[in-house]
Ligand binder design. Structure first.
Ligand code: GRF
Length: 192
């Protein structure tokens, strides 16, 4: 069974999708949730499902200490896979090294478009609409030391209709949940 630790910063609907998939029979277990925001709703989701959860953020003075505590926490959870689900912190190279090829991220665009520094959350959908893109979508990729640049695992696109950034975000989020689970299934079955 794959031990998954999920890093969040916000609402945690992607985390919820993983929790629900595990409860529905996915051969994995969410062993821990870590947020860099103390009030992230995703922490409440973890508590509701009796999943160990930690706030690791400004309660640690230095980035170095935060990273050391994060690595130690995930190692103590016997983490096999780290899932970044709306985690808005740039991970230190030492973290990437500690979990090399075991970190995946869900991004709300068709990478490499609208990815990298400054492209996250609603900013992505606002830029897609502003540029009159015909298509948008979501991507799951392995995390390397740059931002949103690792090997793509799954991408899925949708046509941009008369969308507002809000309606597009909602439609893309549904794709995120689906391809995130599909990506984890691929990893469980050693298809990647
Ligand atoms: C999602 O749009 C995800 O693609 C992005 O941050 C958002 C997180 O949403 N990385 P949630 O916290 O999982 O609901």
């Amino acid at each position: 069974m794959l031990n998954i630790s999920v890093l969040i910063s916000g609402g945690g609907t992607n985390l919820q999708a993983i929790i629900d998939a595990c409860e529905a029979g996915l051969d994995a277990k969410v062993v821990g949730v870590v947020s860099n925001r103390e009030n992230a709703y995703g922490l409440k989701r973890a508590k509701k499902h009796h999943i160990e959860n930690h706030y690791i953020g400004r309660n640690y003075t230095s980035r170095k200490e935060r990273t050391e505590v994060l690595i130690k926490t995930l190692e103590e959870l016997n983490t096999d896979l780290v899932v970044l689900a709306g985690y808005l912190e740039i991970l230190d190279a030492s973290f990437i090294k500690a979990f090399e090829n075991k970190i995946i991220n869900i991004h709300p665009s068709l990478i490499p478009k609208y990815a990298g520094k400054g492209y996250y959350g609603m900013k992505v959908h606002e830029a897609v609409i502003r540029n009159n893109e015909l298509y948008s979508g979501a991507s799951v990729h392995f995390v390397d030391e740059m931002v949103d640049t690792g090997q793509i695992i799954i991408q899925e696109s949708i046509k941009v209709n008369q969308d507002t950034p809000e309606t597009l975000q909602k439609r893309v989020l549904a794709i995120e949940h689906r391809i995130l689970i599909k990506s984890i299934e691929k990893i469980i079955h050693h298809e990647i």
